[in-house]
Ligand binder design. Structure first.
Ligand SMILES: Cc1cc2nc3c(=O)[nH]c(=O)nc-3n(C[C@H](O)[C@H](O)[C@H](O)COP(=O)(O)OP(=O)(O)OC[C@H]3O[C@@H](n4cnc5c(N)ncnc54)[C@H](O)[C@@H]3O)c2cc1C
Ligand code: SF4
Ligand code: SF4
Ligand code: SF4
Length: 400
């Protein structure tokens, strides 16, 4: 049999979207974890019929699949206080989902299951939406959801599918045709670590904080609108942030993403969703006032990339505050809209050590980086004049 199936030679060429596994007609292709916990396609040659569908559907290396060149850009937040408090930024995801439910549709998004496995699931009513809310800074497994979405679409149900840009690109490639009753939202995304790393980190945190967490939140509005989350066992809650967690520290420093994230072309090539959702970091004060919002509550930036996106936004217009803005303003503090994350020099060594020794090595790498960042931060506090005087003094001492 000809080896017509997809073979990933360099991990940076596979984002793990799962489109290939969904497209395989005979169950020959499954997604398997590597030793870092990232999933890649694996083919059982005994089952493979060499149809090539898996290679054809893989979109990560293909160009020209983005949506919309010049999106309409808004600062936005829901008017519903409870929704805002439960969401990571402005709560637009929940409002769009509510509109989809109102017309009998279904919603796909990422939810934690047992042992912090993050998976895409489908929900059919607002009562079941809570697990999908909130940003989870780890890769979600799309599993069978592409096929399930196709089933719903085929049966005429409206489908709202949300995910990272590579997941939306994978879904669309898998579907292979346009559906007027499919709404997609992609997220502004800089990269994802693996569930294995997250589990290791939660075990480490559990040991340090003396709790057995049953819930992780990467963003907890109890601490305001920012990147501070929490771990909870149902009774006790502790902060989960770059200060307490090596994983979170490395996530924000761009050190623990899968290889493809440093090779991601989605930031530059149009958008994948009808609507793009993100945080409007650095939102101007006057925009916050115009929204009737507060900075602590959270403000989203949204990019409306297609006519369909526009129609859906009109449907929720009465429930959300919107203020037009422009892409340049949103990009200032969201470089993920303009380029892929740069791989820090420390990342390869960190992963090599993790591969060899497991989490303790990760922790060591983190401590080293943490010290470096503290030094850089302290240096940034010293006024330039003082820095110059110190340099002169140092020069004199060295010259003696
Ligand atoms: C890995 C990741 C990185 C991100 N990076 C940025 C960034 O750099 N800049 C920025 O402005 N915004 C970023 N975001 C988006 C931002 O955090 C919010 O998710 C977005 O603004 C939507 O917020 P909301 O209040 O409308 O809805 P929420 O209710 O807070 O959003 C939940 C939505 O996100 C989806 N989701 C959550 N976690 C995942 C995941 N791991 N994989 C796929 N889908 C997921 C859910 O399915 C749901 O649709 C990122 C999100 C993720 C998941
Ligand atoms: S990028 Fe997606 S479709 Fe391509 S090989 Fe990886 S998981 Fe499969
Ligand atoms: S070539 Fe066809 S049968 Fe073989 S793994 Fe790919 S999709 Fe499956
Ligand atoms: S950075 Fe790119 S490749 Fe990585 S998860 Fe986000 S969209 Fe996918």
């Amino acid at each position: 049999m000809m080896k017509n199936y997809i073979q990933i030679e360099d991990p940076k060429d596979c984002c793990g979207c799962g489109a290939c596994a969904s497209a395989c007609p005979c169950g020959a292709l499954t997604m398997k974890e590597d030793d870092l916990g990232f999933t890649y396609p694996s083919v059982d040659e005994a089952l493979c019929v060499g149809c090539g569908k898996c290679s054809a559907v893989c979109v990560f290396g293909k160009r020209g699949v983005g949506e919309g060149g010049a999106p309409q850009v808004y600062a936005a937040c829901t008017k519903d206080k409870d929704t805002l408090a439960a969401s990571s930024s402005g709560g637009l995801f929940t409002e769009l989902a509510a509109a989809v439910f109102a017309e009998g549709g279904v919603v796909f998004g990422a939810a934690f299951g047992e042992d912090f496995a993050l998976r895409h699931i489908c929900v059919e009513s607002e009562d079941d939406l809570a697990p999908l809310r909130g940003s989870k800074y780890v890769q979600s497994d799309t599993g069978d959801t592409f096929r399930a979405a196709r089933e719903f679409l085929g049966g005429g149900r409206t489908v709202f599918y949300t995910g990272t840009p590579c997941q939306i690109a994978g879904l669309k490639s898998f579907l292979g045709k346009e559906y007027d009753h499919l709404l997609t939202a992609d997220l502004i995304c800089h990269g994802v670590p693996s569930v294995k790393m997250l589990r290791d980190d939660i075990s480490y945190m559990a040991g340090r904080k003396k709790i057995t967490p049953s819930e992780v939140k990467f963003r907890d509005k109890q601490y305001g609108w920012g990147v501070v989350g929490s771990l909870s066992d149902g009774k006790t809650k502790v902060k989960y942030s770059e200060v307490t967690s090596p994983y979170y520290f490395c996530f924000l420093g761009g050190e623990d993403y899968r290889d493809s994230c440093y090779n991601c072309r989605f930031p530059t090539e149009g958008r994948q969703g009808d609507i793009t959702l993100g945080d409007y970091w650095g939102v101007p004060r006057e925009t916050v006032s115009a929204l009737g919002a507060t900075e602590d509550g959270g403000v989203s930036c949204i990019l409306v990339n297609t006519e369909k996106g526009k129609r859906w936004l009109e449907r929720i217009a009465a429930r959300v505050s919107l203020v037009p803005t422009d892409r340049a303003s949103v990009e200032k503090r969201n470089k993920q809209l303009t380029r892929a994350s740069a791989m820090p020099p420390s990342r390869d060594a960190l992963f090599a050590a993790y591969r060899k020794e497991g989490y303790p090595a990760f922790l060591r790498g983190y401590k080293k980086q943490y010290k470096k960042r503290v030094v850089v931060f302290v240096k940034s506090l010293i006024p330039k004049k003082v820095k110059r005087a110190l340099a002169r003094m140092y020069g004199k001492i060295k010259g003696k």
